[in-house]
Design a protein around this ligand. Structure first.
Ligand code: G3H
Ligand code: 13P
Ligand code: ZN
Length: 308
């Protein structure tokens, strides 16, 4: 059933776990995610980026998500806009039946981020939709960047408090060391839990969101490479760090890259092992089965199993 993320996050805060948020682009992904959620009895967030809207058409995605309500009535899920970067895309998603939207104006100066976020929050709240916002820079962490420069990109605790108070957003994506994609760290993965704690001290009982939270599991990078891929130097956030964040006030953990790797690796493997096969249901089906297992695994990293 479609569930308000406010309710999901309240439970996650008290239960000390996080809700996994998976990016969706096609039917097989939606099915793979929901099957994993059903097997683990976990709430999930299905999220749609601007790129996903362009690829699949938001109406198609919305209609497939309506099927989710019918096929998986017992699983609480939310339909969320990921990284809405202007008012129009957020408005369109609210009007189009999404239960949650993200306004990501984090690239803009502080006051502009506040003004745009406030506009989206007001539009969303008037229509019963919740709003996530972002403060701080999710840049990739390079070896040759000095510690103080890395730190400068992180979310400032005082600003976070002011931002939440002035915008009324329902959750906040924070920059504490993660970044998007498969190349997050050159050295050891590192998240600033001290920074997260400082923010939490000023905003207790407030839900935080971790973007760029894929682990880039070596088995799946290897799977891609074994069957013709060329992905070198990939590294993500370790699962220990993610589980620790989930026990703190991180209530939503965003995962896209790990799902891309499993889907691509499995399609590559299937086609390589079955060169005469050309039925898309065969290779997409094989990918979907492994996708479900990955979703189950992620649910355990977030600690959201049996929380539906
Ligand atoms: O944060 C970005 C997500 O991984 C979505 O990626 O914009 O390529 O769909 P995308
Ligand atoms: P990853 O690239 O680490 O999977 O992050 C996804 C994300 O943050 C989507 O908003
Ligand atoms: Zn993101």
């Amino acid at each position: 059933m479609l569930q308000d993320t406010k309710i999901m996050f309240e439970k996650a805060l008290t239960g000390k776990y996080a809700i996994p948020a998976f990016n969706i682009n096609n039917m097989e992904m939606i099915q793979g995610i929901m099957e994993g959620a059903r097997l683990e009895k976990s709430p999930v967030i299905l999220q749609v980026s601007r790129g996903a809207r362009k690829y699949a058409n938001p109406v198609f995605l919305k209609k497939m998500v309506e099927a989710v309500e019918e096929v998986y009535p017992e699983i609480p899920f939310a339909l969320h806009l990921d990284h809405g970067d202007d008012f129009e895309i957020c408005k369109d998603s609210v009007d189009g039946g999404f239960s949650s939207v993200m306004i990501d104006a984090s690239a803009k100066p502080f006051e502009e981020n506040i003004a745009l976020t406030k506009q989206v929050v007001e539009y969303a709240h008037e229509r019963g939709v919740v709003a996530e916002a972002e403060l701080g820079k999710l840049a990739g962490v390079e070896d040759d960047v000095a510690v103080e420069d890395k730190d400068a990109k992180f979310t400032d605790p005082q600003e976070a408090k002011e931002f939440v108070d002035r915008t009324g957003c329902d959750s906040l994506a924070v920059a504490i060391g993660t970044s998007h994609g498969a190349f997050k760290f050159k050295g050891e993965p590192y998240l600033s839990f001290d920074r997260l704690q400082e923010i939490t001290d000023l905003l207790p009982d407030f839900p935080f969101v971790l973007h760029g939270a894929s682990t880039v599991l070596p088995d799946f990078v290897d799977l891609c490479n074994q069957y013709g891929g060329q992905i070198e130097g990939a590294k993500g956030v370790s699962e220990e760090l993610l589980s620790e964040a989930a026990k703190m006030n991180v209530c939503k953990i965003n995962i896209d890259t790990d799902l891309r790797l499993v889907m691509t690796g499995m399609v590559r493997k299937y086609l390589s092992k079955n060169p005469s096969e050309f039925d898309p249901r065969k290779y997409l089906g094989a990918a979907r089965d492994e996708f479900t297992k990955m979703v189950q695994h992620k649910i355990h990293v977030c600690g959201s199993q049996q929380k539906a």
